[in-house]
Unconditional design. Structure first.
Length: 321
């Protein structure tokens, strides 16, 4: 058997989450069906393991999964192609077969000891919000949450600062069967995306980066007539970036929902801190809508440490670690 690593992205709007479900359109279902079609297998014979299951409506641009395929079966992907490996042939074919709201970035033999789920060292999620201060671009509606109030970013950062470290996130998440809600958060912060201009070289003099910097601080009357003073689509949005070794069910969206309650002034920073310190599901805040959340990246240790990491993460953790 050969283990293949697959890096992919998807717009989660029309998917009922990652995991295969009877009668529902899911990312796993579409990917396994595409692989089965190319390799001339039944869908039941293809089993994909993912780095992190995403809920219905959640997006990904850095999702990772693996699949084990017998070498003689993998050879079927070559067909009439010449001069390419079986994995390259499968990559080319599956890229053309998956639906338009999915993209396959790479498909290649995985290093020894690699497990897409258990070898991962951390995962990076970003949640995007357009509050009252942001210019709401309708093109981003499928990946950005609209909030009518202007949010207090300073208070929100004070709140989420308490999440960094090893904690039981039972106030914000549900455990998987046999698992816990104990997770280690390495980074968590809100920020407002600065105004950025997509300006070619030479419009303001100097390089593109220098030009954009000048343009942002320039007199509006001076820049209004410049044909190429185009504002980047994400300018002005609020983003919540969180990095952790793993995430429990609903954890990121519930942290976002509680953060927004603080940002609106409906809840206090100390209330948020107490929810972290004393984990319980009291039902006062629910998860934020899925549309704003994207799995941006999954990181892995060096190849030599992949198997060791997988063995360590399979253990059920406690706060005494």
């Amino acid at each position: 058997m050969m283990r293949l690593r697959i890096d992919l992205a998807y717009d989660g709007t029309e998917f009922h989450g990652w995991a295969r479900q009877t009668g529902q359109r899911t990312v796993q279902g579409e990917l396994e069906s595409a692989l089965a079609k190319i390799l001339r297998l039944s869908p039941e014979e293809v089993q994909v393991t993912v780095a992190g299951r995403t809920d219905a409506g959640v997006h990904a641009v850095g999702q990772v999964c693996h699949v084990d395929v017998a070498e003689e079966v993998l050879e079927r992907a070559i067909g009439h192609m010449t001069g390419v490996s079986a994995s390259e042939a499968l990559f080319r074919r599956v890229s053309r077969v998956v639906p338009g709201d999915m993209s396959i970035f790479s498909l290649e033999p995985a290093p020894e000891g690699f497990d897409a789920r258990f070898s991962a060292s951390d995962r990076v999620y970003v949640y995007r919000v357009a509050d009252a201060r942001a210019q709401r671009d309708p093109r981003l509606a499928r990946m950005v949450l609209r909030v009518d109030d202007e949010l207090d970013v300073h208070a929100m950062n004070e709140a989420v600062s308490s999440t960094v470290g090893l904690h039981d996130f039972g106030s914000f998440a549900l455990p998987n069967p046999g698992g816990t809600t104990i997770r280690e958060v390495k980074y968590a912060a809100w920020q407002r995306v600065p105004d950025m201009l997509l300006t070619p070289d030479g419009v303001y003099g100097g390089g593109a980066q220098a030009s954009a910097t000048q343009a942002v601080g320039a007199d509006p009357e001076l820049t209004a007539g410049v044909a190429y003073g185009i504002r980047a689509a994400e300018s002005g949005l609020l983003t919540f970036t969180i990095i952790a070794d793993a995430f429990a069910r609903n954890m990121v969206r519930s942290l976002v929902g509680a953060s927004i309650a603080v940002g609106r002034g409906k809840k206090t920073v100390s209330w948020f801190h107490e929810k972290v310190a004393y984990p319980q599901r009291e039902g006062l805040t629910g998860p934020a809508p899925a549309c704003g959340l994207t799995l941006e990246r999954v990181n892995y240790p060096s190849d030599a440490l992949l198997a060791q990491r997988a063995d360590a993460i399979r253990a059920v953790r406690t706060l005494e670690e």
